[in-house]
Design a protein around this ligand. Structure first.
Ligand code: SF4
Length: 252
């Protein structure tokens, strides 16, 4: 019995971005298993002291693949088998991208599911994707293509992708996508969109998904009269051409 070659042992981080004392996260990259165990158990597991674990925990870790009786070659055979099965599932023979060029956003929506990012401070928010990360992403995409995968589209997401400071990195992403024939789309709050009109045209951005907050009545009135949310409505008029898809959903 041994620890899986694909085992990753991580501190357990809570919603407040702080480490949860006394517990550890076990991740198995081969089988996709994630389990939380007490720290002292994780320490025994990491040190190979499997006899020091309770029988129930040992069985559970075996069942989940963290502990294995297979040697490295056996696990590698499983990896190859799973990869072959994965490829035969419809829609799994193509790969697409969702890229977050930054976690920063010019809005502070109360319902934002990424609120926790704000606790990391302005230095973190000001960071945009590095050239090194970009190269790693597109090298992986080229590799997928060489292995016979069909490349789908690339969706820009955030934070807010269309912040003026993101323009240089967005151009690099779009250039890479163009080289691989990957259409670019974006999910945006639309507030700074007019700064990006040249970008949208240059890189033939395929679609924009925009959320407009408010009741259905108020957003319809704003769009038709231009009396509310001026930047949004001005942009909305501009978007109608030449983009094949510009969808706006109203939340209220
Ligand atoms: S626009 Fe989106 S990313 Fe920005 S705060 Fe609102 S929900 Fe969050």
């Amino acid at each position: 019995m041994r620890k899986s070659t694909y085992e990753i042992i991580l501190p357990l981080i809570g919603g407040d971005e702080k480490e949860i004392e006394g517990y550890t996260l076990l991740v198995n990259g081969l089988y996709g298993a994630m389990d939380v165990v007490k720290r002292e158990e994780a320490e025994k597991f990491a040190a190979g002291d499997f006899a020091g674990l309770s029988v129930a925990l040992r069985e559970h870790l075996m069942l989940r693949g963290h502990l294995t009786r297979k040697d490295e070659a056996g696990e590698l055979a499983d990896l190859k088998l799973l990869a072959r099965i994965h490829k035969t599932i419809p829609d799994r023979s193509s790969v697409g991208l969702v890229i977050l060029p930054t976690y920063d956003c010019n809005f502070r929506c109360p319902y934002c599911f990424e609120q926790h990012r704000l606790q990391r401070g302005q230095g973190f928010l000001d960071t945009t994707m590095s050239d090194e990360t970009l190269t790693a992403i597109f090298t992986a995409m080229e590799d997928y293509r060489k292995r016979g995968y069909k490349l789908g589209g690339c969706t820009l997401y955030g934070g807010e992708p269309f912040l003026e400071k993101n323009l240089p990195v967005l151009k690099k992403i779009a250039e890479r996508c163009r080289a691989l024939d990957m259409p670019v789309s974006a999910i945006t709050n639309g507030y700074e969109l007019e700064t990006f009109l040249d970008f949208l045209l240059e890189y033939k951005v395929k679609s924009l998904q925009i959320t407009v907050d408010g009741t259905a009545d108020s957003t319809t009135a704003a769009a038709s009269t231009g009396t509310a949310c001026p930047p949004m409505t001005a942009s909305c008029r501009t978007w109608s051409w030449p983009f094949p898809t510009a969808s706006a959903s109203a939340c209220g």
